[in-house]
Design a protein around this ligand. Structure first.
Ligand code: NAD
Length: 315
C-alpha cells in the first residue's frame, strides 16, 4: 500500500521542527518532507532530524518540494509569524500570516493533498481562509484548534487527580485564543462525572480557563515560543488521520450549521479518521457553555468579516 508523506510547510521553525520530531521519533509515518522559505534552515532541520531516526525502522526526514505532494499526502502548515513576548495576541498576527497562507495554499491546493492541517496562528481564522481558498471540502481542511489547550487541560487535571491524561474526557472548545473555554459540565473520567471523581474540588477548576490561556503566555515569555506540546498534538492528529476507525479530537472545523453557529472555523469535538474530519453536533454542553461557544464564534465571525473587507480595500 502507498504510504502517505507528511509535508510540513514552515518546518525550519520551532513548531514545524517539533512536529517533524514527534512524527519521526514515534514512527507515525515513514516519509517526512520539510519545506520552508528559508531553505538553508529546512536543510539543517532535515539533517538533524534524520539523525534522530537512526534507531527506527525506515523513517526518513528530508527536504521536499510542493511539486512532490500527491493526493495521498498530508500537508501540515506551520509557516508564519509567532506571538512575541509581552502580551501580543494571536489575532494581531492575522494580516501577515494570512498573506503567507494565501501563497502556500496557492501552491498546495493544485496538488490535491488528502488533508491540510493548519497550525499557524490565528489558527481558526487561517483555517477558515485556507478552506475557502483551497476549494477542498471541510472534511479535508481543518486546524489544530483547541487540541493544544485540551492537552493542557488534561495535564492539569491528570496531575491534580493522579490519573493518566489519556483517561480524561474533557475538551477546551471555541477559539484557540482569548475566548476559549473548558467545557467541564460533560467532563468525565472512566465515565464518572468530573465533579464526582475522587479528589475533585471546585477549587481545582475555578481558574482553569485563565490558567490554560496564561500557560502559552508564560512559556513565550520564558523561552520565546511554544513547540513541544503542539508538535506532539499534531503527531496525534496525523496518527488519527491514518486510521480507518475514528478518534475524537477537538479541532478547528468549518461549521455548516452545527450548534447554530455562524460560518466560521472553531474548536469543536470532531471524529477524525482516513475519511476525514466530521464535527460532532450533539456534545452535551450546558446553557453557559453554549453561550460561551456562541460568543467565541461571534468574535471569530467579526474578525473574518473585518479581514475580508480590508482584503478587498485597495492598499
Ligand atoms: N495552533 C497552535 O496551537 C500553535 C501553537 C504554537 C505555535 N503556533 C503557531 O505556529 C506558527 C509557527 O510558530 P514558530 O514558533 O514555529 O515560528 P518560527 O518563526 O520559529 O517558524 C516559522 C517558520 O515559517 C517559515 N515561513 C515564513 N513564511 C513562509 C512561507 N511563505 N513559506 C514557507 N515557510 C515560511 C519561516 O522561515 C520560519 O522558519 C506561528 O504562527 C505560531 O503562532 C500555533
Amino acid at each position: 500500500l502507498p504510504q502517505p508523506t507528511v509535508f510540513i510547510i514552515g518546518a525550519g521553525g520551532m513548531v514545524g521542527a517539533a512536529t517533524a520530531s514527534a512524527l519521526a521519533t514515534r514512527e507515525i509515518v515513514h516519509d517526512i518532507a520539510l519545506i520552508d522559505i528559508n531553505q538553508e534552515l529546512a536543510h539543517g532541520q532535515a539533517m538533524d532530524l534524520n539523525h534522530a531516526t537512526a534507531y527506527n525502522h525506515g523513517t526518513q526526514v528530508r527536504v521536499g518540494e510542493y511539486a512532490d505532494i500527491t493526493d495521498q499526502d498530508i500537508v501540515v502548515v506551520t509557516a508564519g509569524l509567532a506571538q512575541r513576548p509581552n502580551g501580543q495576541s494571536r489575532l494581531s498576527l492575522l494580516d501577515a500570516n494570512a498573506d503567507i497562507m494565501a501563497g502556500i495554499i496557492a501552491q498546495v491546493a493544485p496538488q490535491n493533498p488528502a488533508f491540510i492541517v493548519v497550525v499557524s496562528n490565528p489558527v481558526d481564522i487561517l483555517t477558515y481562509l485556507a478552506w475557502r481558498w483551497s476549494g477542498l471540502p471541510r472534511e479535508r481542511v481543518f486546524g489544530t484548534g483547541t487540541a493544544l489547550d485540551t492537552a493542557r487541560l488534561r495535564v492539569e487535571l491528570g496531575q491534580a487527580l493522579n490519573v493518566a491524561g489519556s483517561q480524561i474526557e474533557a475538551y477546551v472548545l471555541g477559539e484557540h485564543g482569548d475566548t476559549s473555554f473548558a467545557a467541564l459540565s460533560p467532563a468525565a473520567i472512566g465515565g464518572v462525572p468530573l465533579a464526582k471523581f475522587p479528589g475533585y474540588t471546585p477549587a481545582l477548576t475555578a481558574t482553569i480557563n485563565d490558567d490554560i490561556r496564561a500557560s502559552a503566555r508564560r512559556i513565550i515569555d520564558a523561552k520565546k515560543s511554544t513547540y513541544f506540546g503542539i508538535g506532539r498534538v499534531v503527531a496525534q492528529i496525523v496518527a488519527a488521520l491514518l486510521q480507518p476507525t475514528g478518534t475524537v479530537l477537538p479541532l478547528s472545523v468549518v461549521v455548516e450549521g452545527e450548534y447554530d453557529l455562524p460560518d466560521v472555523a472553531i474548536g469543536l469535538p470532531a471524529l477524525v479518521s482516513q475519511s476525514g474530519i466530521h464535527p460532532l453536533d450533539h456534545y452535551p454542553l450546558n446553557a453557559i457553555e453554549t453561550k460561551l461557544l456562541r460568543h467565541s464564534a461571534s468574535v471569530l465571525a467579526s474578525v473574518i468579516a473585518d479581514h475580508t473587507t480590508r482584503a478587498k480595500t485597495p492598499k
